[in-house]
Design a protein around this ligand. Structure first.
Ligand code: KG4
Ligand code: ZN
Length: 336
C-alpha cells in the first residue's frame, strides 16, 4: 500500500510517498520538504499571504519530485492524504485543492489529516510503538500533553495557557535580533553560553495538573535583554539560560502529566519542532527514565513539519476505512 501525503499548513511545502512495511527503514519512499524560511526571514516570522502564494508556486513540482524519488507513479498510489488543518488557511486551501484535484483526476480515495495528528503519530512511523502512549507535542503553534489511545483517539491532559514553546523561542530570539526561526538558532548559540548566567522563572512550577505557560518566562527574558547592551557573550548566555528554563519547565510539567495518564503507558514520546532541541530531549529523557518509561523522540527531520507524517496518518486511517469525501472544507482550527 502506497500513499501520497501533502503538507502546506505553515511555511514548509512538502510532499511524501510512504508505504506500508514492517521494515521501518523502508516506509518512507520520499519526503521532499521545501522550507520558505528565506521568503519570511525579512519579516521575522511567517507571513500568511506570502506562504500561501509560495505553496501555490512550488507544490506541483514538489509533488512531482516526491513521486520521482519514490520511483513510483501517481497511478500506483492507493490514496492521497493532505493536511486539512489546523494551520494558516491560505496554505491549507492550496494543499487541499491540489489533493482534491488529484483524487478526482485519478479516481483515488481522499483523506484529510489533522496536522497535529501527524505529529502525534510520527513515533509510530519511526519506531512502530503501540498505543497507548504519552505524548508531548511542542511546536511553534502548539504545546500540549496528550494521551494517545488510538488513531483519532486523544485525551488532552494539559496545554499551554498562553504561548507555545516554539513561539516563545522565536519571540525571544527576535528581541535579540536573531534570525527567524529562533529555536534552532538559539540552540546553536546556547552551546557557547552559560545556562546559569540569567535567572529566569519556571512558570507554573509545582502547580497541579500539567498545563504549561511560557509568557511570563518570555517577559522576564525581555526585561533582562532590554536592560543592557547585549554583547555576543550576553546573547549566548541568554540563549543557554532560556533554553534551560524551557527544558526544566517542560520536564517538571511532564512529571505531572505522567501521573495523570489513566491507561498503562510504557512510552513517553516527544514530537513537534521543539523536540529537535537536544537539551530539551535530554531533560525529558531523564524524567522518562526516572518514571520507568521508555523515551522516544523521532529523528530530527520527522520532528519538524513534513509530509511523511501526513501520509503516515493517511495510511493508518485508510487501513481503518476512514476516508473523507470531497465536501471536506479546510479548517483553520481543528483541535485533536
Ligand atoms: O513543528 P514545527 O516545524 O511547525 C509547527 O507546526 O509549528 O515547529 C516549528 C517551531 C518553531 O517555533 C521553531 O523555532 C521551533 O519549532 N524549533 C526549535 C528547534 N527547532 C525548531 N525550538 C528549539 N530548539 C530547536 N532546535
Ligand atoms: Zn507542525
Amino acid at each position: 500500500m502506497k500513499l501520497l501525503g501533502i503538507e502546506t499548513s505553515c511555511d514548509e511545502t512538502s510532499a511524501s510517498v510512504v508505504q506500508d512495511s514492517t521494515d521501518l527503514s523502508a516506509r518512507i519512499l520520499s519526503n521532499v520538504v521545501l522550507s520558505q524560511i528565506e521568503e519570511h526571514e525579512p519579516y521575522g516570522g511567517v507571513v500568511p499571504e506570502i506562504a500561501a502564494r509560495a505553496h501555490l508556486h512550488y507544490l506541483q513540482n514538489i509533488i512531482k519530485q516526491a513521486i520521482i524519488e519514490a520511483k513510483t507513479t501517481l497511478e500506483e498510489l492507493d490514496a492521497i492524504a493532505v493536511t486539512g488543518g489546523p494551520g494558516l488557511i491560505g496554505g491549507v486551501l492550496v494543499g487541499v485543492m491540489m489533493a482534491k484535484a488529484l483524487t478526482m483526476a485519478l479516481q483515488k480515495p481522499f483523506i484529510a489529516v489533522n496536522h497535529l495528528e501527524g505529529h502525534a503519530l510520527t513515533p509510530r512511523l519511526s519506531h512502530d510503538i503501540k498505543f497507548p502512549y504519552l505524548l508531548l507535542l511542542a511546536s511553534g503553534g502548539h504545546c500540549q500533553f496528550l494521551e494517545v489511545l488510538g488513531v483519532g483517539q486523544y485525551k488532552r491532559l494539559g496545554t499551554t495557557i498562553d504561548d507555545a514553546a516554539g513561539e516563545a523561542f522565536d519571540k525571544v530570539a527576535k528581541l535579540m535580533n536573531i534570525d527567524y526561526p529562533g529555536g534552532p538558532a538559539m540552540e546553536r548559540l546556547a552551546k557557547t553560553g552559560n545556562p546559569d548566567r540569567f535567572s529566569l522563572p519556571r512558570p507554573l512550577k509545582g502547580r497541579e495538573g500539567c498545563d504549561l505557560s511560557f509568557s511570563g518566562l518570555k517577559t522576564a527574558a525581555r526585561v533582562l535583554i532590554q536592560k543592557q547592551e547585549m554583547s555576543t557573550q550576553d546573547t549566548a548566555d541568554m540563549c543557554a539560560s532560556f533554553q534551560k528554563a524551557v527544558a526544566e519547565s517542560l520536564a517538571e510539567r511532564a512529571e505531572h502529566a505522567i501521573k495523570m495518564t489513566s491507561s498503562e503507558i510504557t512510552h513517553f514520546v516527544v514530537s513537534g519542532g521543539v523536540a529537535a532541541n537536544q537539551t530539551i530531549r535530554h531533560y525529558l529523557q531523564e524524567i522518562a527514565t526516572a518514571n520507568n518509561l521508555e523515551f522516544i523522540a523521532p529523528p530530527l527531520k520527522l520532528c519538524t513539519d513534513n509530509a511523511a507524517m501526513i501520509a503516515w496518518v493517511g495510511l493508518e486511517k485508510f487501513k481503518l476505512g476512514q476516508i473523507d469525501d470531497l465536501s471536506f472544507a479546510p479548517r483553520p482550527r481543528w483541535p485533536l
